[in-house]
Design a protein around this ligand. Structure first.
Ligand SMILES: NC(=O)c1ccc[n+]([C@@H]2O[C@H](COP(=O)([O-])OP(=O)(O)OC[C@H]3O[C@@H](n4cnc5c(N)ncnc54)[C@H](OP(=O)(O)O)[C@@H]3O)[C@@H](O)[C@H]2O)c1
Length: 292
């Protein structure tokens, strides 16, 4: 277990709920009953950390979580993210004015049916510096003082933004893109490990074996065969070995994949296998940027 926030320790494999919305994370799922079943199965499997957002659907995923799991077990930590909204075509737009952030927290509280949220990640957008970070985090610390937000995290940030963020709030978690073929956030992983801050990689499976994964990577396949496991399980097991502050939130709309992903917590890769996977991509690079 590792602290997700100063008040909550969670198991290292959680669940990312984004895949429960319709195609393009927009609208309702094709099979609502199965989405509810997946959430309940996740909790049955011992998952105690669910990552969500009101902008998944929008609203659909938070409503599904409340329908499936409310009243929540005391052990379940809910993490959400704010800083974006959707237009009526499903486009993702920044929504980072302090007023928008405040109302996003209140919307999440209402839809999830909770009085406080364990972790709220402020999600930043590349190149958007129109609203000072101090103002954005200021809005979140006010909500924290009111007891509505327990921990504050940052998502989609550079190391420099994270360090600046820490001047304005206690940042207990970082959620950035990171997986076996994309190490572009390696600097943040190292820094958060040093500070004892949780690092929650998004797209831990490269969001569905897209791009490099689709090439059926030889090394991942070889290691998976050694353990009678799947590529996905090897990728997750490698992430867990990468650093003790890594907490996983693989996303799936499949019960079989949910079981597989949860079982990755006990897949023990050998030191030689870990070394081979470590060497696959240099820190700061991705397979694409390395020209593979
Ligand atoms: N902070 C941010 O900006 C941000 C951005 C993106 C995502 N997130 C969070 O990160 C979580 C994870 O991201 P994600 O769901 O997009 O990507 P992911 O976990 O990397 O991959 C999910 C994809 O992999 C497939 N998959 C899952 N388990 C599998 C398995 N065992 N074998 C084969 N395929 C498998 C899923 O398809 P099936 O449905 O068929 O299993 C889905 O297409 C999200 O749920 C969300 O909470 C955060």
């Amino acid at each position: 277990m590792f602290p997700l926030s100063s008040e909550r320790r969670v198991h290292r494999v959680g669940f990312g709920a984004m895949q429960l919305a319709g195609p393009g994370v927009f609208g309702p799922p094709a099979d609502r009953d199965r989405a509810i079943q997946i959430l309940r199965r996740a909790v049955e499997l011992g998952i105690d950390h669910i990552d969500t957002s009101d902008f998944y659907g929008p609203w659909v995923v938070n409503e599904l979580i409340a329908e499936a799991l409310h009243p929540y077990s005391d052990d379940l930590a809910l993490a959400t993210k704010i800083g974006a909204c959707r237009d009526d075509k499903g486009n993702w737009l920044p929504a980072q004015h302090p007023d928008a952030l405040r109302s996003a927290v209140h919307d999440n509280l209402r839809r999830l049916k909770v009085d406080s949220i364990d972790l709220v990640n402020l999600r930043l957008h590349e190149g958007d510096t129109s609203i000072p970070l101090a103002d954005q985090l200021g809005a979140l610390t006010e909500l924290q003082e009111q007891g509505l937000v327990r921990g504050i995290g940052m998502s989609n940030v550079s190391l420099e933004q994270f360090e600046r963020g820490r001047e304005h709030a206690e940042i207990v978690s970082v959620q950035n893109l990171y997986n076996v073929v994309n190490r572009t956030s390696a600097d943040l992983l190292a820094r958060t490990a040093e500070l004892g801050v949780s690092f929650v990689p998004f797209f831990p499976l490269g969001s569905g074996f897209a791009d490099s994964y689709a090439r059926e990577h030889e090394l991942l396949n070889k290691i998976a065969e050694n353990h009678r496991a799947t590529q996905a399980q090897v990728s997750l097991a490698w992430l867990l070995r990468r650093s003790p502050n890594v907490l996983l939130i693989p996303g799936t709309s499949s019960l079989t994949h949910l079981d597989e992903n949860t079982a990755a917590a006990v897949l023990a890769l050998g030191d030689d296998e870990i070394a081979e996977l470590d060497a696959l991509v240099a820190d700061g690079e991705s397979l694409e940027s390395a020209g593979h």
